[in-house]
Design a protein around this ligand. Structure first.
Ligand code: FUB
Ligand code: ZN
Length: 640
């Protein structure tokens, strides 16, 4: 791996976002999403599904106290995915087995948000929750409310399903974020105590298990980066090395016969270093691949890096929607086979696109390749942003590319497709994941090493990097232009990604182009003017994507556009776009010449050329859909 160009991302502490678009989004998370989610975690939102999250920590804290005092504590079963008032006693754990992770993600988002803007009241709320969390930790470091409340003896007995290592991962990520923001060590110390217990429990001469839902791998690496405790890095590497070895750990522990297909679901069908296709549960997949990239980078593991390259290539070129959504099937919330990307059955979980962004940034830290940054941009500006309403008050878990509300209601195959965003979810992984990603979006802009500073994402900001003080003034999203003021600390190379959607660009300085980046030698202070031609384009899928033969999508810069019923009437399938659409871009919307086919109610009739009337089609950015009530939506449209 000696020829690779390793770099480090620049943490949000060193970046101030000035970009209008992103300032609005981060402010929305700060003002709406974080306070709203705080109420949701406390079950104080009328009409929203119950979280039970804080309630569980209160129960666990009382049990932990009794244990510390040597008192008897009750035992309840740990045999379900989800517990509620109907299937579990009031004193027992309630919610999904991974419920703890929601409060951890909330704290992580608060940490990032406090870096953007200090807020004493918010910090206090987070510290109160942290105090509660720490009070639930058992003396040996164990911390998972399901097993603390229900049955201490059952811990680590079903790693495949019961998510303890997943909750640990979110705890560790929250701890690192909050520590970075406030220097408060309470949660970090708790996470390290749990990480110590995990490292003492799992390993080559210990239990040879690994997480059923990955994330502990990348979380342990974050703990290693901050504490420099080698044990954490080794445990993360162990989890990755051990996964998929035969006989399968889950079989030996659960005493079951091997069911080969189930192992694909957890990406445990073979060792990660030998994996070549993204399979199984999509969020699990990209969290694993993120951990693999982390280990490949830190341990200079070439086999693992090659696997990451194969997996990213497979996702980007065969399994990713034009919106950056991944996980095409509801069946296992999973990746489907190559080129199987149905629009109206898509799963495309918000968390999966967030995880994809984690993975791709880590890959960019190993070697810059504009295709990876392009895919991250696609996911960020389309699926991720679509996951949240424009007012920050409701969310999508699933992000289809075509919606007919009647089908969501009447067709059980499409029950997962919601035509309107939900206030909250019983299984609420996506909203707090959005909050943590959006409030840390600055960490996806740059990476740097001792001689090169890369700009992967164009978000207006001021940054203090090791190579330079840099000011990026951006109107990238509206006219493709950037002005980059640079005050170098030393001689260095500035590398700018050339977005794949851009066919023509200009720079005010000389540069060399390599792997989709323009490299500039910077010796003294300067201001670089950049212009990426921003044109509205018609994009087709490979004709191997059966759902979209003869159809096109409209894009402009990083944004994918869609048709909504509100602008174009019902029965969007009857619309066609002209081959010469005469695009007009105004105020973020696009209009184009098209046709509406006259309705034909006879189920079968001899083919004739359809009867069309001219119309003007109106497209809005995909991320803005479903903000004007329930209606039909389609990204793809037939072409004349
Ligand atoms: O299992 C925890 C989270 O719940 C997953 O990441 C999501 O896909 C949802 O299943
Ligand atoms: Zn989710």
């Amino acid at each position: 791996m000696d020829d690779l160009c390793f770099s480090e991302y620049i943490p949000s502490k060193r970046i101030r976002i000035t970009d209008e678009f992103w300032r609005e989004k981060t402010a929305l998370v700060r003002k709406e999403v974080i306070p709203y989610q705080y109420e949701a975690l406390h079950d104080r939102i009328d009409g929203a599904e119950k979280s039970y999250c804080v309630e569980n920590f209160i129960k666990a804290s009382k049990i932990a106290e009794k244990i510390r005092r040597g008192e008897e504590v009750p035992v309840y079963p740990t045999d379900k995915w989800c517990y509620d008032e109907n299937n579990s006693p009031a004193e027992a754990f309630h919610g999904w087995v991974f419920q703890d992770s929601d409060v951890y993600k909330w704290i992580e988002a608060v940490g990032f948000s406090l870096i953007v803007r200090p807020d004493a009241e918010l910090e206090k709320k987070a510290k109160d929750l942290i105090r509660l969390i720490c009070s639930a930790q058992l003396p040996d470091g164990y911390l998972d409310t399901l097993f603390i409340i229900n049955d201490r003896s059952a811990r680590f007995s079903n790693l495949k399903d019961w998510h303890e290592l997943y909750c640990f991962g979110h705890l560790a990520e929250a701890a690192v974020s909050f520590y970075n923001a406030t220097s408060d060590r309470a949660l970090l110390d708790a996470a390290c105590r749990f990480a110590d217990l995990i490292s003492d429990t799992f390993g080559p001469d210990k239990i040879k298990g690994y997480p059923g839902h990955e994330i502990a791998e990348m979380a342990l690496v974050k703990l290693y980066d901050i504490t420099k405790n080698e044990k954490y890095l080794q445990t993360a590497a162990f989890f990755i090395e051990e996964r998929g070895k035969k006989p399968y750990y889950y079989d030996t522990v659960l005493g079951k016969e091997t069911v080969y297909d189930n192992y694909h679901y957890n990406q445990a069908h073979r060792q990660p270093k030998f994996q070549y296709e993204a399979v199984g549960h999509a969020v699990r997949g990209v969290y694993l691949y993120s951990g693999m990239a982390d280990i490949a980078k830190r341990c200079r593991d070439e086999e693992l890096y090659d696997a990451c390259l194969r997996l990213s290539d497979n996702i980007i070129n065969k399994k990713m929607y034009i919106t950056g959504g991944i996980g095409a099937t509801v069946d296992g919330e999973a990746f489907s086979f190559d080129y199987d990307l149905p629009d109206d059955l898509a799963y495309s979980e918000t968390c999966a696109s967030i995880g994809l962004i984690f993975f791709l940034r880590r890959m960019l830290e190993i070697s810059p390749d504009a295709r990876l940054a392009d895919a991250a941009e696609r996911a960020l500006y389309n699926t991720v942003l679509a996951g949240m309403a424009l007012d920050g008050k409701s969310f999508f878990y699933v992000n289809p590319l075509e919606v007919l509300p009647e089908a969501s209601e009447k067709d059980s195959r499409k029950r997962h497709i919601k035509a309107v965003r939900q206030k909250w979810f019983g299984c609420a992984c996506c909203p707090p994941n959005l909050a943590r990603l959006i409030s840390s979006v600055s960490e996806y802009i740059f990476t740097e090493n001792e001689n090169t500073l890369f700009i992967h994402q164009y978000i207006g900001c001021s940054a203090n990097t090791d190579n330079a003080e840099i000011d990026v003034a951006s109107s990238y999203l509206t006219d493709g232009k950037l002005e980059i003021k640079i005050k170098p600390v030393r001689r260095f190379t500035l590398a700018l990604r050339i977005p794949s959607w851009c066919k023509s660009y200009s720079f005010s300085g000389d540069c060399e182009i390599k792997d989709g980046y323009a490299y500039f030698n910077i010796e003294k202070g300067c201001c670089l003017k950049v212009s990426f031609e921003l044109k509205t384009r018609l994009i087709k899928c490979s004709n191997k994507v059966r759902a979209n033969t003869g159809r096109v999508a409209v894009t402009r810069g990083p944004f994918v556009y869609c048709l909504e019923e509100t602008d174009n009437g019902k029965e969007l399938q009857m619309l066609k776009i002209s081959k010469t659409p005469g695009f007009l871009y105004e105020n973020g919307f696009i209009t184009a010449d098209g046709f509406r086919e006259k309705e034909d109610t006879s189920l079968y009739s001899e083919w004739t050329e359809g009867d069309y009337e001219k119309t003007r089609l109106k497209f809005i950015p995909y991320y803005r859909w479903a903000n004007r009530g329930e209606n039909e939506m389609s990204v793809y449209v037939r072409i004349e």
